[in-house]
Design a protein around this ligand. Structure first.
Ligand SMILES: Nc1ncnc2c1ncn2[C@@H]1O[C@H](COP(=O)(O)OP(=O)(O)OP(=O)(O)O)[C@@H](O)[C@H]1O
Length: 356
C-alpha cells in the first residue's frame, strides 16, 4: 500500500503514466511535459472560445516583438487555428522602433519565425511613420522619458500596420503578469479611466482595429517556450530604465513566489472595480491632425512629435510650467503658445503618414 502510494506520487497527476517534468506554478500540480503542453494550449483555446475572440474568416495580426510572449502566442495560435479549425488568416506584425543593438536583433528572430510558422510578416518603422528612430529620440530626450515616446508611438504604429495589413483584429502577447502590473500601476496613479479598461480581454471594439490579449490568464509561457525550444529573443530593451514599473513588477514577482494565485487575484480585483456613475470619463474623438483616436484636439503622438520637430522634446511629458502650458494648449486648441509656435520646425513629417 505504502509502496503503491509512493509510485503514484512519482507520476504525472493528470495522466498517471509518465514522470512529472514540472510543478505547474498556477496549480502546483506535478505534471509531465505532454500534459503540460495539452493543458497550457487547452486553457488558451478555452479563453478564446469563452470570450468569442475570433470569428471564422477573420484576418488576425499577431503583434510580434520577437520576445517570449509574442513568440509563444504566434506559435500557439497557429497550432490552435489548425487543430480547432478556427478559419483565421494569421499574420505577424512588427514595429521597428529603431533601437540599434536591440530591435534590429529581435526583428531577425521574427523573420525566422515567419519561416518557421509560415506566417507572412509586415514590419512598420518609427522612421517611416514619424521621421524619428528611438536612437535619435533618446539623443534629444535622454534616458528618463524615452519610454513615453516609445509607448505612445508603438500603440499607433501597431494600429497603422494593422490597417495596412487590412486585418480585423490585432492580438498582443500581454500576459497575466503584465496585466496585474498594469492594474497595480493604475491604482497607484489613481488613473480611473485606464483602471476601468486595463483588464478587458478585448479593447477598441468601437475603434478601427480591436485588440485582444489571449494570454490574459497565462503565466507559464517561460516553461512552455523553454520546453518547446521556441526561437525567441530574450534581451531587455537597452533604453528601458522605467524604475516605477520595475518596482511594481518586482513586487508582483515577490507576491507570486509566496502565493502564485496572487497574480490572478489582482486581475480579478481589477475586473471587479466599478466606476462611480458620477466620475466624468473623457470623450473620445479623433485627432485634428492625423485622424487617430483622441480625447483632445491633438493626439498624444502628435503633441510629442510637434515637440520633437520644434526642438522642444519635453513638450507633453515634462512637468515644468512652460511644458505643461505648451502641451495643454496644443492638446486643447491644436496650437502652441506664440513663442513656441514661432520656433522653426526641424523635421516636417506628420505623425503616422501611412494610410490609416
Ligand atoms: N516592437 C514590437 N512590435 C510588435 N509588437 C510588439 C512590439 N513591442 C511589443 N509588442 C507587443 O506588445 C506586447 C507586450 O509588449 P512588451 O513590451 O511586454 O513585449 P516584450 O517583453 O518585448 O516581448 P514579449 O511580450 O513578446 O515577450 C508583446 O507581447 C507584443 O505583442
Amino acid at each position: 500500500m505504502e509502496e503503491g502510494k509512493r509510485a503514484v506520487g512519482r507520476l504525472c497527476s493528470i495522466c498517471s503514466q509518465r514522470r512529472p517534468a514540472l510543478k505547474r506554478p498556477k496549480t502546483l500540480e506535478q505534471i509531465c511535459r505532454e500534459c503540460f503542453y495539452a493543458v497550457f494550449e487547452e486553457e488558451i483555446h478555452r479563453v478564446i472560445m469563452e470570450n468569442h475572440l475570433f470569428k471564422a474568416g477573420e484576418r488576425i495580426a499577431v503583434a510580434a516583438s520577437g520576445g517570449k510572449d509574442s513568440t509563444v502566442l504566434a506559435y500557439v495560435l497557429s497550432e490552435l487555428n489548425r487543430r480547432h479549425d478556427y478559419g483565421l488568416d494569421l499574420f505577424l506584425l512588427s514595429v521597428d522602433e529603431g533601437i540599434t543593438g536591440y530591435r534590429d536583433d529581435s526583428l531577425e528572430t521574427v523573420k525566422r519565425n515567419e519561416i518557421q510558422y509560415g506566417l507572412p510578416l509586415k514590419v512598420v518603422s518609427y522612421k517611416d511613420l514619424y521621421g524619428w528612430t528611438m536612437d535619435e529620440i533618446v539623443k534629444v530626450i535622454g534616458l528618463k522619458n524615452n519610454c513615453t515616446f516609445c509607448g505612445v508611438f508603438r500603440r499607433q504604429a501597431l494600429d497603422r500596420g494593422a490597417a495596412l495589413l487590412k486585418v480585423d483584429k490585432l492580438v498582443t502577447g500581454h500576459n497575466a503578469d503584465d496585466m496585474a502590473e498594469t492594474v497595480l500601476l493604475n491604482i497607484l496613479r489613481g488613473d480611473i479611466a485606464r483602471l476601468s479598461r486595463c483588464t478587458f480581454i478585448m479593447t477598441g471594439e468601437d475603434g478601427p482595429i480591436p485588440r485582444c490579449k489571449p494570454f490574459k490568464y497565462t503565466y507559464e509561457k517561460e516553461i512552455y517556450a523553454y520546453f518547446k525550444k521556441l526561437d525567441y529573443f530574450s534581451t531587455e530593451c537597452i533604453y528601458s530604465p522605467n524604475a516605477y514599473r520595475g518596482f511594481a513588477r518586482e513586487f508582483i514577482k515577490d507576491l507570486e513566489r509566496i502565493r502564485p494565485q496572487a497574480i490572478l487575484d489582482i486581475i480579478r480585483s481589477g475586473e471587479d472595480f466599478r466606476i462611480s456613475s458620477s466620475t466624468r470619463m473623457p470623450d473620445q474623438g479623433t485627432c485634428e491632425r492625423c485622424g487617430y483616436i483622441s480625447s483632445q484636439k491633438l493626439c498624444k503622438a502628435c503633441v510629442l512629435l510637434e515637440g520633437l520637430n520644434r526642438g522642444l522634446p519635453k513638450l507633453g511629458i515634462s512637468r515644468t510650467r512652460e511644458a505643461i502650458n505648451g502641451s495643454e494648449r496644443l492638446h486643447k486648441t491644436g496650437r502652441l503658445p506664440k513663442a513656441e509656435a514661432e520656433r522653426p520646425i526641424l523635421q516636417s513629417k506628420p505623425c503616422g503618414n501611412l494610410e490609416f
